[in-house]
Design a protein around this ligand. Sequence first.
Ligand code: KMH
Ligand code: ZN
Length: 308
Amino acid sequence: MAKIILSCAITGSIHTPSMSPHLPVTPDQIVDQSIGAAEAGAAILHLHARDPRTGKPSAKPDDFMAFLPRIKTECDAIINLSTGGSAVMPLHERIAGPMAAEPEMCSLNMGTMNFALYPMLGRRTEWLHDWEEPFLRNSDDLVFKNTPRDIDGVLRLMGTERGARFEFECYDLGHLYMLAHFRDRGLATGPLFIQFVMGVLGGVAAEPEHLVHLKTTADRLFGADYLFSTLAAGRQQMPMALISASLGGHVRVGLEDNLYLSKGVLAQSNAAQVQHLRRLLEGLGHILATPAEARAMLGLKGPDKVAF
Ligand code: KMH
Ligand code: ZN
């Protein structure tokens, strides 16, 4: 069995501070939880930034630089920066931090879509910050814009000009065909690292049959020139990770996509989710890739060539 690359997405831009006291938002919290996740076995840290005072998603270079050098000094995990930022930000704002940091890896969202978060409003009436409730409520009219022009721009600015390689975030079948289009144009080059993103309201649901169909379609489009990983938002996070591994794929967990460890039990940290999944995977005979092994598998430029 090939070794498994475990990614951990530390904080993201979906959840808000009122939803869990364990969601890291300050630089110290993001550093501590990133190191913890790396020590627990994460080869890749998928990172977004937040405004440390309000916990609101941010993609400002200063907010990234408040934690990136510290994480790099304290662990050898691959640092993968989001260019998705938050779906409410325009693209130029979303890529400001990644452009300044020139990471080994960054995310790239492969299509425009709805990104409906309002079901998470639930019955909650108390909020720590003013921005949280309207952010969730207005997501019933939110378009996460990733047009071919946007994708082209990120591929050139981050890939061609800065040497980053990509976590191609594919939320639906059509996103695979968009990726094949950019492969055919020579802008997306192998080995492609595809993240199947399941369970976002607006993308494909987290159901095993869908994952099998996404994988067989990717096999047809990309042959041996790709690797896949799977993330499921919400409660399907761990079951879908195990199915992904069983199909020969890689896995992603983290509080960005799921705040829980099991039904009704909040994860105390990102490391807790990594440890949980690691135990399950090792129980099935899988072995996790080290950061060095993951760098070789993904063809990364190396941590000495970043700007932080
Ligand atoms: N949180 C995931 C559903 C990105 O950062 O570019 C999507 C994501 C996108 O991770
Ligand atoms: Zn993300």
